[in-house]
Design a protein around this ligand. Structure first.
Ligand SMILES: Nc1ncnc2c1ncn2[C@@H]1O[C@H](COP(=O)(O)OP(=O)(O)OP(=O)(O)O)[C@@H](O)[C@H]1O
Length: 252
């Protein structure tokens, strides 16, 4: 489909002999917000890390199948390029502790040895922090350390750092589970804004969050993608008994 941005074709992931993601096929459209849900250990994070080739960084981790980004298999592309084009935001905000807010935003360029003029960096920093709804709060303290910010602000700084690389897609691994309710709502509000320009895939344990922020939801169980549907449909009339059991709290 022309509108597809990323698609997994028979994607499998392993840790040694442990087959943790099983033959996943899924197509995600541009500007969609996708929630990925499922019980602990069902392979959500492993699947997410396969999309931007972070899975292979773990010793003994292997993968089979394809992840197509705009039709091109990421496994045929340069892994560093893939990780810039598919940004990732983790559970705990992880700004570089020794870098200023400003340098944190452009860290992807610094780390990859991409030379950018001061004037261009200024533009990237303002644009990325504005997109991450953080500019107004930090514009007068850009040269303070990123760790001086609150948890929610640090998470938005990490989102700005991903945006700075002009990604096609942003992956979020339980991005609000370490945040207080106010910071959580500021990050959720940001998802609605980011959707204008980006595609978001969000692993979450929080069903209310999935219902609030996502267009479609993928339900994983024991490494399989059991169901992928419109979020409202999934929460009101799931097709599979295992999804039904999960959303009614019969297992966590
Ligand atoms: N670094 C690793 N080395 C070996 N096995 C791992 C590693 N990370 C995860 N696993 C195993 O892979 C399986 C899937 O784990 P994964 O973290 O993808 O699940 P998850 O659905 O994201 O779980 P959670 O919701 O608890 O974060 C689990 O059995 C887990 O024990």
């Amino acid at each position: 489909m022309e509108n597809t941005i990323v698609r997994a074709e028979n994607y499998n992931a392993y840790f040694g002999d442990n087959h943790v993601v099983k033959d996943v096929n899924i197509s995600i459209n541009k500007n969609e917000v996708i929630a990925v849900m499922g019980p602990s250990g069902c392979g959500k994070t492993t699947f997410l890390r396969g999309i931007n080739r972070m899975h292979e960084l773990i010793p003994n981790a292997t993968a089979k199948g394809k992840i197509l980004l705009e039709g091109e298999n990421v496994y045929d592309m340069n892994a560093i390029y893939v990780r810039a084009k598919i940004g990732m935001v983790f559970q705990r905000p992880n700004p570089f502790p020794n870098l200023s807010i400003y340098d944190n935003v452009v860290a992807g360029y610094l780390l990859n040895g991409i030379k950018v003029s001061k004037a261009d960096k200024d533009v990237i920093v303002e644009r990325s922090l504005t997109s991450a709804a953080l500019w107004k709060e930090v514009k007068d303290s850009l040269h303070k350390k990123g760790t001086f910010l609150s948890g929610g602000q640090q998470q938005r700084l990490c989102i700005a750092r991903a945006i700075a690389m002009q990604p096609e897609l942003i992956l979020f691994d339980e991005p609000t589970s370490a945040l207080d309710p106010i910071s959580t709502s500021s990050v959720e509000a940001l998802f609605h804004e980011l959707k204008e320009n980006y595609t978001l895939i969000i692993v979450t344990h929080n069903m209310q969050q999935a219902a609030r922020v996502s267009d479609r939801t993928a339900f994983f169980y024991m490494g399989e993608l059991v169901e992928f549907d419109d979020t409202k449909q999934m929460f009101t009339a799931p097709a599979d008994q295992r999804t039904q059991n999960y959303i009614t709290g019969r297992f966590s």
